[in-house]
Design a protein around this ligand. Structure first.
Ligand code: EPU
Length: 416
């Protein structure tokens, strides 16, 4: 992607369905036989990979890009193995474990390796399955789990992992008896998955709090569901407006999901107005320096940390950004420095000395949100910024170039 220094962004942008809701919900559709219809499915690379996985496991999937809709037809699960080429492409493939255990009583999955933002183990997922009665075998590069029948139990998560909470919830819905997940993740995507499962006939209560209770049922039925809006895509456009001194209305959002981001933008001196399904962000100068610490929801989302850092590069003072969720999520720092940013990493914190302006440079997207941060930096950097490896951005942002162009940004794609 090539980005030329842009004038303040103005206009209206519509947010797509949440990637991190769509992925577990598409997998969870395998828990019932029949036809499930999911709307507001963001048409993204990661969604295509999860659809390929579902097809591999035996379902028929129609992904209607025009209507942003997925139709999944299931008639029993034919395969209980998730192959390496899918897990390698997308870590969220491990979300198939809970579903396969619940439906087939066994699963074999290639181990997800390290990734750009950290080691990301799956120990909490496995401990949860063990508590439900599964036997776990770790082989060379794969993990197997099997059980006669899953039995509900109390599971305490050492850390409120989003993926572990989702995987355990999907396994527990068909288990015998009650499962209680303590210290569960509280992210809106967990609530969306729980709502979907309840629409299928599951009995889940407490999603969105630290304690989730799941009363196992005998079987689930297919249903229709609408995915919630993507709070991270919304947050990215909020920062795009703020960083360029723009005035943008971001439509199709749930404003309360955006509060941690709104709070930091207000602290930075921006104007933010909340409406029922939209939010307006007006950028103001100077940008006040702000300290940020990423935390599980309702704390400040790690998935917005790189984008906020781009904005703080041109704040009128020193900001400190502390990353507590992932151990290696500062890959964008080196690239922002190539654009002239003054950032020092000290352990898990980055100290950012705000400067007048950034300069365009060739930079590399090392992961999805790092890529988004570089695009935002490119909007205010003098000259041209070339962002390479933008396939990472395509994993999580629907039509980013088109949406930014509609707001007046000077951005386009070039063949490498
Ligand atoms: N962790 C463990 N053991 C586990 C699971 C997680 O130690 O068994 C650690 C991880 O290594 C990490 C932390 O716990 O340091 C948080 O991981 P979590 O399991 O909560 O994250 P995830 O489920 O792998 C989801 C999102 C990520 C988002 C995180 C945190 C999806 C598909 N992915 O990942 O989204 O950053 O939650 O909110 O839902 C993105 O969209 O760019 C993205 C990376």
């Amino acid at each position: 992607m090539v980005i030329e220094k842009s004038t303040p962004l103005k206009g209206v942008v519509r947010i797509s369905g949440a990637k991190n809701s769509a992925l577990p919900i598409l997998v969870a559709s395998l828990l019932a036989d029949g036809e499930t219809v999911i709307e507001e499915v963001p048409i993204l690379k990661d969604v295509s990979v999860i659809c390929e996985l579902i097809r591999h496991l035996g379902a028929e999937v129609i992904l209607d890009g025009e209507r942003e809709k997925a139709i999944i037809r299931t008639d029993g699960i034919k395969v209980f193995e998730t192959p390496h080429h899918l897990v390698k492409q997308m870590r969220a493939s491990i979300l198939s474990m809970g579903v396969l255990l619940a439906r087939c009583g066994k699963v074999r999955i290639s181990m997800p390796g390290g990734c750009a933002i950290g080691i990301r183990p799956i120990d909490l997922h496995l401990k949860g399955f063990q508590k439900l009665g599964a036997e776990i075998n770790l082989g060379c590069g794969f993990v197997e789990a099997s059980c006669r029948k899953l039995r509900g139990n109390n599971i305490y998560l050492d850390f409120p992992s989003v993926g572990a909470t989702e995987n355990i919830m999907m396994a527990a819905v068909l288990a015998d008896g009650e499962t209680v997940i303590e210290n569960a993740a509280e992210e809106p995507e967990i609530v969306d998955l729980a709502n979907f499962l309840n629409e299928m006939g599951a009995k889940i209560s407490g999603a969105g709090t630290k304690i989730i209770k799941i009363e196992g049922v005998k079987n689930l039925n297919p249903c229709n569901h609408i995915i919630i809006p993507d709070r991270i895509e919304a947050g990215t456009y909020m920062v795009a407006s703020a960083i360029t001194g723009g005035d943008v209305i971001i439509e199709n959002v749930i404003p309360c999901h955006l509060r941690p981001i709104t709070a930091k933008l207000l602290e930075a001196g921006m104007m933010v107005e909340e409406y029922e399904n939209s939010i307006r962000v007006q950028g103001k100068k100077p940008i006040n320096p702000v300290d940020i610490k990423t935390m599980p929801y309702p704390g400040f989302p790690t998935d917005m940390q790189p984008q906020m850092m781009s904005m703080l590069c041109i704040a009128s003072g020193t900001s400190i950004v502390t990353e507590t969720v992932f151990e290696n999520r500062f890959m964008h720092v080196g690239e922002l420095k190539r654009m002239g940013a003054r950032i020092k990493i000290e352990g898990r914190s980055a100290v950012i000395d705000g400067i007048e302006s950034l300069s365009g440079a060739p930079v590399k997207a090392t992961d999805l949100r790092a890529g988004a941060a570089l695009v935002l930096a490119g909007l205010i950097a003098d000259g041209y910024t070339e962002v390479y490896d933008v396939h990472h951005i395509d994993r999580g942002y629907v039509k980013m170039v088109e949406k930014l162009k509609n707001l007046g940004a000077k951005i386009w794609r070039e063949e490498a």
